[in-house]
Design a protein around this ligand. Sequence first.
Ligand SMILES: O=C(O)CCC(=O)C(=O)O
Ligand SMILES: [Fe+2]
Length: 289
Amino acid sequence: MSEVQPAQPVTPELRAWIIEQARAGAQPEAVLASMKASGWREDVAIAALEDTLRGFLDERAKAAQLPPQVPVPEPLPATDGMPTTLRLPDREVRVLMAMRNPRVIVFGGLLSHQECDDLMALAAKRLTRSETVQTDTGASEVNSARTSQGMFFDRGENALCQRIEERIAALTQWPVENGEGLQVLKYLPGAEYKPHYDYFDPAQPGTPTILKRGGQRVGTIVMYLNDPEVGGGTTFPDVGLEVAPVKGNAVFFSYDRAHPVSKTLHGGAPVVAGEKWVATKWLREGVFR
Ligand SMILES: O=C(O)CCC(=O)C(=O)O
Ligand SMILES: [Fe+2]
């Protein structure tokens, strides 16, 4: 049982001193040690440090014009130890790799091979040269950085889309209603998707219009529907990561700020041999209608 102690007030002088220490490059352990040496209880000192530094960083982020930090989907439990398998209501999914910054998780067997084949067959009839949202006007356009063919399903358009959407909602603990419809892309040899961010650039004039429908994108899941023979990995150039496109597997990543500090620059590497098919699911901050 912990003793009840009188509250120790975090005075403006103490806050100023903490910030001064941080600016001078003092290690948190050293700051904590000096606070303890001058009579602070450790738990109270930690809370005072956290609170002061968070406030300081929030102000600096605003001054640096960083977009606000927003909640993001998170598939793994916050408990210690990474699970190797996630038991979703309708399927067991393997965890193959996880990275903290940027948040990237690779899943094994998110889709069955049958589901991949069925999704490709449904999409094949409707493929057209890929378009991306043009952020200066909000309209769609053919973009030379994307040499794939693509199509969009509406959310819940058919039983297969519904099943995949519900599985992804369970995986990411993010409501089905906050998801865009699935996008399917097909790349032929030589085709690629040059590195880009999936969030909408806050500096572009068309972005406020796009954000009226569900807010920012905060997470992406790219599902691999087939095995290209060579090439076609999903690259994250800021951290030198490339995810192998393996049928049924998927890569998840999230971005809590619509800014390059998210380190979520990513692209589809050129396909060297064979075809590459993916289904992409984007998750929004709010309800996407
Ligand atoms: O094809 C890939 O590996 C990446 C696809 C992608 O970045 C997207 O659909 O936004
Ligand atoms: Fe992307």
